[in-house]
Design a protein around this ligand. Structure first.
Ligand code: THU
Length: 161
């Protein structure tokens, strides 16, 4: 038996003021677009903004439904938009933020497991690492260099070939 460490590195910034202008701008877009979320059930409005390899910026928000499982997270709304409208284009960076109408929005958001799986596959199929910027409307900002880091031992298309 051997034990293997799988490294996970996160950069932690005290506030968005410590970010580069490009990252701060993308995070500002994610924070702003939270207001477009449709989240009448959770009151947890999530906004995502992506910088594409062609220079475009695309945004997405969570869209809930009275039939709860029908709802879709902001990250996957965004990935579907990019895949459909900019087919094959890589995502350089995705910023994700939230407005918690029931509480504070100071702690960095953590993408759900389904979104981690989707992000990982988009990264793989476009052969472009996706940098992930996580934050609330204020407070600390986490940056992860590659979405796949959020999901060690990922089940991927390589497993079913
Ligand atoms: N949600 C997202 O859109 N992204 C995440 O990373 C976490 C959760 C949404 C799903 C649901 O509409 C609401 O937030 C509460 O879970």
């Amino acid at each position: 038996m051997i034990k293997k460490e799988i490294p996970f590195t996160v950069e932690i910034y005290a506030t968005s003021e410590e970010l580069t202008i490009a990252d701060a701008t993308l995070l500002a877009s994610a924070r702003a677009i939270t207001s477009a979320a449709y989240a009448p059930y959770s009151n947890f409005k999530v906004g995502a903004a992506a910088l594409l390899s062609n220079g475009s910026i695309v945004t997405g928000t969570n869209q809930e439904n009275a039939s709860y499982p029908v709802g879709i997270c902001a990250e996957r709304v965004l990935l579907s938009t990019v895949a459909s409208q900019f087919g094959g284009v890589g995502i350089i960076t995705m910023a994700i933020s939230y407005d918690n109408l029931k509480g504070e929005s100071k702690h960095p958001i953590s993408p759900c497991g389904i979104c981690r799986q989707s992000l990982s596959e988009y990264e793989e199929r476009t052969n472009q690492p996706i940098r992930i910027i996580l934050s609330g409307l204020g407070g600390e900002v986490y940056i992860i260099e590659k979405a796949q880091q959020l999901l060690p031992l990922t089940f991927s298309l390589l497993d079913i070939k």
